[in-house]
Design a protein around this ligand. Structure first.
Ligand code: ATR
Length: 278
């Protein structure tokens, strides 16, 4: 019944069907995009069935991005390989192919917001899947320093070491630290919260000095209200900030481009989805 769908567990909250429906209307492409809730022991079988029944493309969300990566072996894009996770699947020559559009989505949103300039100092909070997916694409934008700070230092350290193994020229530019490292006490150009702390209503505490006059704050989480981290940052100082709704729409736009060969415009869609958030 659907040619496209988002698959996850749970899935009822996913905004992807609305976003892709809007892109389809905008570009005049006709398609049906649904939601699939796959039980943990059913994921691979559900994906295979979907494509066997003529499905053309899937978005993958929590908690299946790593399993989607395994399913798309060896037909993985460079971005998928670097992220170790896949959020976009399609079939070509009867083979499942995978890409990860999260990092491109973040970069596109940050460019839309006018926050990326060569040589800037970026602090990423978190070293889980969300952080891993964006390090490569952010680095390609030519930042001066990209520090990955995580509560569990070893996870940030592993992420950075894996990146450096592939890109030795990034030694010293991409570095890892813990959340109480004194190096956090500097005026960052851009701070990106890639932790899941907001889900539990918590925030990450940072030294005052991390929030400079021109620091831009970005939280990959989003909601009808400012996330706890954005709230916390705003209490420090009046700063430019954004939540991750733009990233969500921009990663969807990149998936849409992979499937349909057309890049949709995002601004109006972001506004429209924003109004639907409760
Ligand atoms: P995701 O795929 O969303 O990145 P994940 O892989 O479970 O999810 O990673 C969650 C990230 O948020 C981790 O970096 C985690 O820190 P730890 O590695 O120390 O567990 C971070 N995180 C979650 N809740 C947090 C909190 N309350 N304070 C600080 N960091 C938190």
């Amino acid at each position: 019944e659907y040619d496209f769908a988002v698959i996850g567990h749970p899935i009822s909250h996913s905004r992807s069907p609305d976003i892709h429906a809007e892109f389809a209307r905008q570009t005049g492409i006709s398609m049906q995009y649904g939601r699939i809730d796959a039980e943990p022991d059913q994921f691979e079988e559900t994906v295979r069935q979907f494509f066997a029944n003529g499905g053309r493309g899937l978005n993958i969300t929590v908690p299946y991005k790593e399993r989607a990566f395994d399913m798309a072996q060896p037909h993985l894009s460079q971005r998928a390989r670097e992220a170790g996770a896949v959020n976009t699947l399609w079939v070509k020559d009867a083979m499942i192919h995978g890409c990860n559009t999260d990092g491109v989505g973040l970069v596109r949103d940050l460019n839309r917001l006018g926050t990326l300039r060569p040589g800037i100092k970026i602090l990423i909070l978190g070293a889980g899947g969300a952080a891993r997916g964006v390090v490569g694409p952010l680095r390609e934008q030519g930042c001066g320093l990209l520090m990955i700070a995580n509560r569990t230092f070893s996870k940030a350290d592993t992420l950075v070491k894996e990146h450096i193994a592939l890109h030795p020229q990034d030694t010293g530019v991409i570095t890892a630290c813990s959340l109480n490292d004194p190096r956090l006490e500097q005026d960052w150009d851009l701070i990106i919260n890639a932790t899941s702390s907001s889900l539990g209503g918590a925030t990450i505490e940072l030294p005052d000095m991390a929030f400079g006059n021109d620091t831009f704050i970005y939280d990959m989480m989003y909601g009808a209200k400012p996330t706890p981290f954005l709230d916390y940052a705003a209490r420090h100082r009046k700063l430019a900030m954004a939540d991750g709704l733009g990233m969500l729409v921009c990663q969807a736009a990149e998936s849409f481009r992979i499937w349909h060969g057309i890049e949709p415009a995002v601004d109006a869609v972001i506004e429209q989805i924003r109004m639907q958030l409760v």
